[in-house]
Ligand binder design. Structure first.
Ligand code: ADP
Ligand code: MG
Ligand code: MG
Ligand code: MG
Length: 405
């Protein structure tokens, strides 16, 4: 047993040099390796290591929030990320970094280094096409959700994962507080531009909005439909010219599938609200539709072709009523959409007024213009919470109308 120590670049070299299979991937000796810290998230340390014959990515949790050392936090989040990666990698081949190693004493996850990739957030801010990655992401969420759900396997196969991931209480607490609670109460973690004061007050005073948030809290904690990524924003996705990878599964838990869908949609919607370029808005709107349509068609296709052994909606039960099965499946997908629209709204709100905000508005120099763009994003989110859209076309139509300045 080696006591936990926070890694620095030299520590990363020592760590890898002591692990033959990892060191062999890099080639040469420790003195031939270059270590670059690339931590940019709120929570963890991430290092990229370059050797003569290969590269690695090393991620370690800290005993506190990376960007706030006074906010203490247990170390086990990398254990959940490692377990998520091992579970999802075979279900969505080529759509995550390859898992290589997890050290449960140092809380170090070692994985494939994604050379030549940038986060989708960064790519989008530089004008990258949002449609192609959204199609791939729709397929990713369909596969990872369907194949870990009760629709794909007997309940005995779900039980161990459900038990294990329900232990991810530290990061589930972060979601419950930062996404689903803090924005609707006074809390020192919240902050926003003074120009939004009246908008925030009006949101908190609206009984329909508060009722919907209560319902979303319930859905999040009491609807274990599938193994979620749990933090599927555009900074948890990396893209290259040819590929898309989902990273950072430390928030993984069993929950409502619409949560992952909603987070992804929220970040496209925020990017849409943050630009006044009409062509860019259209591309982002098309990406939203593409994500959702791909999710639906892939999920339904898997349901029709890979439901053997499942205990829910078994084809034998419906052999005399196949039409009813189609109706129930369509109803389920509508429920996922309803959840997705609600969670998308909650995510937009928290990225505007909560602890961890987005960089999408940072390019706007003028405070007044920035506040105006944030206000329309907030009003779109409030609109979704007040009155749920019926389908994805209603969602994008609201986005177009509400964010038109
Ligand atoms: P956190 O949990 O702190 O948010 P992330 O897993 O999101 O950490 O990683 C932080 C950053 O490190 C990412 O934005 C990305 O730039 C980089 N990164 C993470 N994983 C990899 C990887 N496998 N290959 C290359 N870069 C990575
Ligand atoms: Mg991250
Ligand atoms: Mg990041
Ligand atoms: Mg993270």
């Amino acid at each position: 047993m080696t006591a936990y120590r926070t890694l620095d670049p030299e520590g990363v070299k020592h760590f890898l040099a002591a692990r033959r299979d990892l060191a062999e991937r890099l080639g040469g000796e420790a003195q031939d390796w270059t270590v670059r810290e690339v931590s940019d998230g709120n929570l963890n340390l991430v290092f990229l290591v370059f050797g003569p014959s290969g590269t690695l990515c090393v991620k370690q949790s800290l005993p506190h929030v990376r960007v706030d050392p006074d906010w203490k936090m247990p170390l086990d989040r990398t254990a959940f990320e490692a377990a998520w990666l091992r579970r999802i990698e075979p279900l969505a081949p080529g759509l995550t970094p390859a898992f290589l190693d997890f050290d449960p004493e140092q809380f170090v996850l070692t994985m494939e280094c994604l050379n030549g990739f940038v986060t989708l957030r960064e790519a989008l801010s530089k004008g990258a096409d949002p449609i192609a990655p959204s199609r791939i992401l729709g397929g990713f969420v369909a596969r990872s959700a369907f194949l870990t759900s009760y629709f794909a396997q007997p309940f005995e196969a779900v039980a161990p994962d459900l038990a294990f991931f329900s232990g991810n209480t530290t990061l589930t607490r972060i979601t419950v507080d930062l996404v689903l609670t803090d924005p609707y109460r006074e809390h020192p973690r919240n902050h926003w531009l003074p120009a939004l004061d009246a908008d925030v007050a009006a949101m908190r005073a609206d009984p329909r909005i508060i009722a919907r948030i209560g319902a979303l809290q319930e859905r999040f904690l009491t609807t274990p439909q599938a193994l979620l990524h749990g933090d599927l924003h555009s900074g948890s996705i990396m893209i290259s010219d040819r590929d898309v990878r989902v990273i950072d599964g430390e928030f993984s838990l069993y929950g409502p599938i619409g949560f992952d869908c909603g987070l992804y949609l929220a970040h496209l919607a925020v990017a849409h609200a943050a630009t006044n370029d009409v062509a860019r808005k259209e591309a982002l709107t098309a990406a939203i539709r593409t994500f959702w349509r791909t999710f639906c068609s892939d999920f339904l296709y898997l349901w029709k072709t890979q439901a053997n052994g499942a205990d829910l909606y078994t084809p034998t039960t419906f052999s005399n009523a196949p039409h009813e099965l189609d109706t129930l499946r369509a109803h389920f997908i509508s429920g996922v959409f309803h959840d997705a629209a609600g969670f998308a709204a909650a995510e937009i709100v928290r990225r505007l007024i909560g602890y961890a905000q987005t960089s999408d508005f940072d390019h706007i120099q003028d405070e007044q213009s920035k506040a105006d763009r944030q206000r329309v994003a907030l009003s779109f989110a409030c609109d979704l919470l007040r009155d749920a859209p019926a389908d994805i076309d209603a969602f994008t139509e609201r986005l177009r109308q509400d964010t038109d300045l």
